[in-house]
Design a protein around this ligand. Structure first.
Ligand code: NAD
Length: 292
């Protein structure tokens, strides 16, 4: 397929490379010439603009920072791409904007899905992302074929915006389990328990969860976790704060009570303001150990 790929940053570069490996003709555009050069080195064809990337495209994939970029890029995509193309936005953005852009696409006769991801930069490079998709069943079936080479799972969450809803609910839960895991280790340490001993018990008891068993915030028990490399991300606290901010916006709009989500937002806001935005989100253990 001819695929226009727009937004070739930390995530998009690896994703575009996997589409090239799958045999697609990928036309790459990014406002950063460095990002485009990297995509070209991985086998993509350079595009000089969104319009240039979209000409004759059968699919459009976008991986952009936030809702405002998605609105701006799709206003150009709609005027440039054939109506038969499937439009796929993989960026993490607010549910309301995702629905608004999908409504615009529908009004212009395009099939579109929101398809945010879980799995981070490592998953983008390895082609093992999980895609959470929102859109009609027909649009999802068409998007799935494009997304498969970039992921280990492509899941239909529901109508337009449902992918974004699933993503922010998942990441709100991830933040809460990480903070809870950090609290448990910090308290265990103060009560004289060894980290490894506490891990061996809790990972086999009812407190076990992904933040502990796959991403442990203390060095030692899970050798691959960022705690073992001075909290280099991984998943930076700034990105967790972004997702929690989206979750809090969505909760306010849906009139949903999220007391622990709000607390998690406040804690990540604080550690980012204290200069740790670039460190992995499991760095929360240091904030908990130190106290407010
Ligand atoms: P990034 O900043 O590295 O990449 C975004 C790219 O978009 C940049 O190269 C930027 O130049 C480009 N861009 C911005 N405006 C543009 C425009 N108008 N036209 C063309 N290109 C434009 O960000 P990232 O880490 O790759 O994240 C991308 C998205 O994926 C975000 O929504 C993020 O929340 C989400 N996400 C990131 C991770 C992660 O671990 N980094 C994990 C899951 C989801």
């Amino acid at each position: 397929m001819k695929i226009a790929f727009i937004g070739l940053g930390h995530m998009g570069s690896g994703m575009a490379a996997n589409l090239v490996k799958a045999g697609h003709e990928v036309r790459a555009f990014d406002i950063s010439t460095e990002a485009v050069a990297q995509a070209v080195a991985a086998g993509a064809v350079v595009a000089s603009s969104v319009t240039d990337a979209c000409r004759d495209a059968e699919a459009v994939v976008t991986m952009l920072p936030a809702g405002q970029h998605v609105v701006s890029v799709y206003s150009q995509v709609f005027d440039a791409v054939p109506q038969t193309a499937i439009l796929i936005d993989c960026s993490t953005i607010d549910v309301a904007t995702a629905r608004e852009v999908a409504t615009q696409a529908d009004a212009k006769g395009f099939a579109m899905v929101d398809a945010p991801v879980s799995g981070g930069v490592a998953g983008a490079q390895a082609g093992t992302l999980t895609f959470m998709c929102g859109g009609t069943a027909e649009a999802f079936a068409r998007a799935e074929v494009v997304l498969n080479p970039m992921g280990k799972a492509v899941i239909h969450a529901g109508a337009a915006g449902a992918g974004q809803a699933a993503k922010i609910c998942n990441n709100m839960l991830l933040a809460i389990t990480m903070i809870g895991t950090c609290e448990a280790f910090a308290l265990a340490e103060k009560l004289g328990l060894n980290d490894q001993v506490f891990f061996d018990i809790a990972s086999k008891a009812s407190g076990q969860n992904w933040s502990m068993t796959a991403y442990c915030p203390v060095p030692g028990p899970v050798p691959s976790s960022p705690a073992n490399r001075d909290y280099q991300p991984g998943f930076a606290s700034a990105l967790m704060l972004k997702d929690l901010t989206l979750a809090m916006q969505a909760a306010a709009q849906a009139n949903a009570d999220t007391p622990l989500g709000a607390k998690a937002h406040a804690l990540y806001d604080a550690i980012c303001a204290q200069g740790h935005a670039g460190q992995d989100f499991s760095y929360m253990i240091e904030r908990i150990r130190r106290g407010a």
